[in-house]
Ligand binder design. Structure first.
Ligand SMILES: *Cc1c(COP(=O)(O)O)cnc(C)c1O
Length: 375
């Protein structure tokens, strides 16, 4: 039985949005029969977690009979201090996914539209459908979010615009001026959610993660995560920077203990390990540039600009002259060498693969493999 048949066979009727959801499929973690695998499918942070975060996680074992601090007080204060933000405007969540979901639950429902961009992160349409709202995929221009197209698609039914900046999986970003133009063109009753999951990796003068826009407006929220640069995806920890009224709404809606104590402890320690953060940043920047250049030299298209992953375009599947060098063949070849990357058909990019920046040996292995594949 497929998923739909299961739903129909049951006498229970979930609300109408649920049947329209394609469950989120994460990156593979293993290849059958492979002894050693290189995992470059989920943007998990090249160097693993900070040793200090691991130690804090282990130390927390002594206390797991206690409920966590439901307000994540220490963590919010540390975030406030580190990024120069008002800790009172921060709400923590079990991954930023939970916060995106809570925002959809709070501000959208049946009959409402939720906008996201054509190749945007797939949790946005899922969050919209979960609350019975209609996800509207707005066309991008050259794999970049298009502010004019987004504004043209805003109607009286629009409640939320979800924008990943930089976007996953394209690795492109909108400069601050474009973000401001987007917010400026939105009615005050439409919430702009800036998902800055990769902000820690971006060092561009024209980029801003969005905190000042949150402080200057009633309808902008920025979400962040510990899953990428901080490499704590297994802990499920994210945070949102919000206007006061949104803080109030999220605190009503969330579970009272939504962030577990080990996640809080590990997050706090990771945040305080400045040396490790610097090391991850410089490693990633170096191997991002190196890998991108190698792939370009192999004749592949690499439209990504920033982040810890590269979107790579292969010769079109639909082109009979592609010489067997399309993305599906490339993916199979990489898997035969124990290398797991992310196929992109679900994102409307069937000719692309997304490759996370990992360790030096991992990047050399993937470049070598693609060199052999294209030979
Ligand atoms: C990975 C990712 C997230 C999810 O992060 P969690 O905090 O692990 O839930 C959110 N948005 C984008 C764009 C991502 O790539």
């Amino acid at each position: 039985m497929n998923g739909k048949d299961n739903l129909l066979a049951s006498p229970l009727r979930p609300h109408s949005g649920i049947a329209g959801i394609s469950p989120y499929v994460g990156g593979d973690s293993a290849i059958d029969g492979a002894r050693k695998t290189i995992r470059l499918a989920s943007n998990e942070g090249a160097l693993g977690p900070s040793p200090k975060a691991m130690a804090a996680y282990r130390a927390e074992a002594e206390n797991i009979h206690r409920y966590p601090d439901g307000g994540c007080t220490e963590l919010r204060n540390a975030l406030g201090e580190k990024y120069g933000l008002d800790a009172g405007r921060i709400v923590c969540g079990a991954g930023s996914d939970e916060l995106l979901d809570l925002l959809a639950r709070a501000y959208a429902g049946p009959g409402d539209d939720v906008l996201y961009t054509e190749h945007g992160f797939l949790m946005y349409p899922i969050a919209a459908r979960c609350v019975g709202a209609t996800p509207v995929a707005v066309p991008e221009t050259d794999l970049h979010a298009d502010v004019d197209a987004l504004l043209e698609n805003v109607t009286a039914k629009t409640r939320i615009v979800f924008l990943a900046n930089p976007n996953n999986p394209t690795g492109t970003y909108l400069p601050e001026t474009e973000l401001k133009r987007l917010r400026g063109g939105l009615p005050d009753n439409v919430l702009l959610v800036i998902d800055a999951a990769y902000a820690e990796y971006v060092e561009r003068a024209d980029y801003d993660a969005g905190a000042a826009m949150v402080e200057g407006n009633e309808n902008v929220v920025m979400t962040r995560t510990f899953s990428k640069l901080f490499a704590l995806g297994g802990m499920r920890l994210g945070w949102a920077y919000c206007p006061a009224a949104v803080v109030d709404v999220l605190n009503r809606l969330r579970g009272p203990f939504n962030v577990n104590s080990a996640a809080q402890a590990a997050g706090l320690a990771a945040l305080g390990d400045g040396d490790f953060i610097d090391r991850v940043r410089s490693h990633t920047a170096r191997w991002y540039d190196w890998t991108k250049q190698q792939l370009l030299d192999l004749g592949l298209e690499v439209p990504s600009q920033v982040g810890n992953f590269l979107l790579v375009r292969f010769p079109r599947q639909s082109d009979p002259d592609n010489g067997g060098r399309d993305s599906a063949a490339a993916n199979a070849f990489l898997r035969s060498r124990g290398i797991i990357v992310r196929p992109m058909a679900a994102y409307g990019l069937p000719d692309c693969l997304r490759i996370t920046i990992g360790r030096e040996d991992e990047m050399r292995a993937v470049v070598d493999a693609l060199g052999d594949f294209l030979e």
